[in-house]
Each structure stands twice: as C-alpha cells, then as structure tokens.
Design a protein around this ligand. Structure first.
Ligand code: BES
Ligand code: MN
Length: 467
C-alpha cells in the first residue's frame, strides 16, 4: 500500500491536471443547454480512454437511442472466481444557469484558486469519481494481488433521473459481474471540512407535479369572478390542507410507518454537536423551524419532509387563471413506502378539489430511503480506510438527500453500498461557483487506496480472527 500511496503523493499535480481536463468537458444533463450530447459523449470517451490506458476493459454502453451512455470498465485481472467491488459515479453535471452571471469564473475552464478547483462538476461528481479511478490505478501499478474484481460504472444521467442505468440494471446488465462484495459511492458530503464520514443512510423521495384546471382560458375576474372556481385558490387550499397551522405535515397516516431511530443513534447526533447558529446564519434566517424532541441532525437526516418546490399560476393582473401548477416532494425515511406516500398526497389533494375544477398529476418519480446496518462487517474496514486516507477519525452520519439509484444497486447486487463523500456541503453543488478542495481530492485518492487494502486484508483474515 505504501507504494500506491507514494505514487499518489508524488503524482498529485498530474492527477489534478487530469481532473481539470475532465471538468473542462461541459457534460451537462440538467437545466438549460442540456442538448450537449456531443459533450456528454466526449466526457464518456474521456473516461473510456482513461480506463483503457490503465488496461481496464472499458466500453460505452448505450441502452437506448436517446439515453446518455454508461461507461463500464473492469480491471485487467477480472475473473468470475472473485467477488466484485463496484465503484459508481456520474460524469454528467448540472447546468450553469443558476444563475450564469453569479459565476465568477468560467464554469468549464478548470480554475484553481486558494486550494480549490472551481468548476461545474468538480465536486458533483467528477472529482470524487476520479479520486477512485486514480486510487485503483495506483493500487494496480503497485502490482498488489487483489482478491476481488474492480468494476466502475459511471453514468451520464444522474442529474436527470438515471434512466439509462436503471434500464441497464433491470435488463440484468450487472449479472455478469456477480457475485458482488460491495458498492462504493462518493456522491455524498463529508460531515465537515476536517470531518470525513461514512454515510449510512439517505432519504428516499416521492416527487410529483400537480395541475389544477378551471376555465378554458384566463378570464376577466370582474366579469366572471365569484362564479367559477379559481385554480390558484383551489391549488393553494388543497396544498395548504396538507399542513397544520405550524407548517407541520398533517396528512393522516403520513408518519405511520416511520421507524424511529435508536437511542444510541440519537446520542451519536447529539455528540456530533451541530452548530445551529452557524447553520442558521448560512441559510440567512433568523430562526429555524423546530420539531420538539428532535435535534437538528436527526431532523435533517432521519425525519420525513413534504415540500412545495414550485408554484405558478395566472399573472399579476385581474384575471382568473385557466391553470395553476405546483411541484411537491416528500423526503422519505426507512419504513415509508414511496408509492403509499405518493397516493396519500394525491388522495389528500383530490379531497379538497371542488367540482368545477379539475386536478391532474404528472412527472411522478420515487425511491425508498437507504440505510446500511452499522454492524455490517464492511463498516469497520471502511472507517479504517477513511481514517488512513484523511488522517483523522471519521464519523457515522446519514444525509437528507437522495440518490435513487442507490436502492436499485443495493437491491440488484444484494450487498452494502458504502457512501464515502469527499465533498463539502459548502461546495455549491448545483449552484454557481461549484468547487472541490484539492486537499480533499488528495485525501480521497488516499482513502480509495486504503479502502482497497482494508478490504483485501478483511478478505484474507479468517473470520474467527477478526476483531
Ligand atoms: N449528490 C446528490 C445527492 C445528495 C444530496 C446526497 C445531498 C447527500 C446530500 C444528488 O446528485 C442529487 O442531487 N439528488 C437529487 C435526487 C432527486 C432529484 C431524485 C436530490 O437529492 O434532490
Ligand atoms: Mn447532484
């Protein structure tokens, strides 16, 4: 392992240059300018070439005519007699229209400043994915005999629904690499700047859009007001009915299946001691919405939510609009069934739609929460690897965000998904001036190397000798 770590340390500048080449490719899949299919393919080709240079067997896989290609690469010593470690990442990035003028650098130039690489995709998710590619490269160069296969699956649609990868998994695309040992994903964040974490859980999601229709076109509210239902009013009332006066979710049955966390886990989040004032200031609010009995981290990571993400309807004139629209999403926790929650939301909205107005739902998507048992035998080797890579004690966390493909991967492979983020919550994911700390990139590469060694040791230690 020392040899692999030394390779990373002495070639750090080169690794950064390689990553800069990667982030210079504007492989946007969400937001404005998404028709970048040539750039998407250029990013996929970049990876295929990189893997091929490392003597991996790499290919671009098109699951359909309109889907962005997957990059699938297996290590040179791949054998069906070994179990496989799957590294998942995504090479597609969010658009830069958020807003474009708020960027102080060219988002695709790859500028280094104050120890950061500032570029779209630097942290979400090209940098962290690349850290694992470099980690695997270094370990393979040091001629270590690995008792497992290394497989990379890097998709180009994470920011727009992971359709291609989902289809690939459903048609059995991963079966030739079975049996699996685990999946490693670095698309979460560290707990803090010097506090790396193993993220045991992610919230699930149930998203839908709602449209309320009234008159066939916008009509004069003086001529027609009071005689037809106003879609704006109907929409806000029906959505308002989902909450009580304090803004808490009041849908009957919404919390029914929520599995409460253990006292031990609760205590762990108290110990992590989140700085509420700092958190509040960062958000620019004078006080936080509190839920009695839950501390801040518990609230963010282990409690379900319901948010109205978007509302529109009418225009600022004296009209009754023909249509009002909204988007809603619930973040889900273990125990909650996304389909059941989706139905509850729909039923409760329908209940408050008067006759004379019409409601329809669209663009539904959903996935359940993910939670890894902290007693899983791979948790310790992973923590050991993070400690070695970052030279500091890692913490066990969950996160509030969702990576829907995680539950599909976990279900298909039947093995744990280890979420080891290298980014920070302050990296401006999806926003202007996205950045990735080059120190975290370096420590991420070291963690990746340490992880491969820890798992090797784990496999080679007879079960009865394990601590
Ligand atoms: N990398 C994030 C997921 C994430 C967010 C993990 C926050 C941990 C903390 C991912 O790229 C993402 O943005 N996911 C979406 C999925 C949704 C559109 C289905 C999300 O969480 O909103
Ligand atoms: Mn993202």
């Amino acid at each position: 392992m020392d040899q692999a770590l030394e390779f990373i340390d002495t070639n750090l500048e080169h690794a950064i240059e390689e990553l800069i080449e990667f982030v210079r490719i504007p492989s946007i899949s969400a937001g404005a300018n998404t028709d970048g299919s040539a750039e998407i393919e250029r990013a996929a080709d970049y990876l295929v070439n990189k893997f091929t240079k490392l003597e991996f067997t790499a290919e671009k896989i098109f699951v359909g005519a309109s889907e962005n290609p997957l990059v699938v690469a297996r290590d040179p010593h791949f054998s069906t007699h070994k179990k496989t470690i799957l590294f998942y990442g995504h090479y597609d990035v969010q658009g830069v229209d958020n807003p474009r003028h708020a960027w102080t650098v060219d988002p695709f130039e790859g500028e280094k400043r104050d120890g950061y690489l500032i570029a779209r995709g630097a942290s979400d998710n090209k940098g962290p994915t690349f850290a694992h590619i470099k980690g695997a490269e270094s370990v393979l160069r040091s001629n270590t005999d690995l008792p497992f296969n290394i497989l990379f699956v890097v998709e180009g649609e994470e920011e727009c629904g992971s359709g291609a990868l989902d289809a690939f998994i459903n048609r059995g695309g991963l079966t030739e690499y079975e049996p699996f040992l685990c999946t490693v994903i670095s698309d979460t964040s560290m707990y803090g700047p010097e506090q790396p974490s193993l993220t045991l859980g992610l919230r699930g999601i149930s998203y839908l859009e709602v449209t309320v229709n009234g008159p066939i076109q916008d009509v004069h509210s003086g001529l027609f007001g009071g005689t037809v239902h106003n879609p704006n009013t109907v929409l806000i009332q029906s959505l308002g009915n989902l909450f009580d006066e304090s803004g808490n979710i009041s849908i009957p049955g919404f919390y029914d299946d929520v599995i409460a966390i253990s006292e031990e886990e609760k205590e762990r989040y108290v110990t992590l001691n989140a700085n509420e004032d700092q958190y509040r200031q960062k958000l620019g609010v004078t006080s936080l919405k509190k839920a009695p009995g839950f501390n801040l981290l518990e609230q963010r990571w282990t409690r379900p939510t319901l948010d109205i993400n978007y509302l529109s309807g009418g225009s600022p004139r004296t009209v009754i609009p023909a249509e009002a629209r909204g988007a809603l999403s619930a973040r889900l926790v273990p125990g909650q069934d996304p389909a059941r929650i989706e139905n509850l939301i729909k039923e409760n909205i329908r209940r408050s739609i008067p006759s004379g107005a019409n409601v329809t739902f669209s663009r539904e998507h959903k996935s359940p929460a993910y939670l890894l048992d902290e007693n899983n035998p791979l948790v310790q080797p992973t923590l050991d690897a993070i400690r070695e890579g970052f030279k500091t004690e890692p913490v066990l966390t969950r996160e509030g965000g969702s990576i829907p493909i995680v539950t599909s991967i976990a279900a298909c492979t039947g093995v744990p998904v280890l979420l080891i983020g290298f980014g920070q919550i302050t990296d401006n994911w999806h926003g202007p001036n996205e950045k990735f700390s080059l120190a975290d990139f370096h420590r991420g590469m070291r963690t990746s190397i340490a992880f491969l060694h820890q798992v090797k040791e784990y496999l080679e230690t007879p079960a009865k000798k394990r601590p």
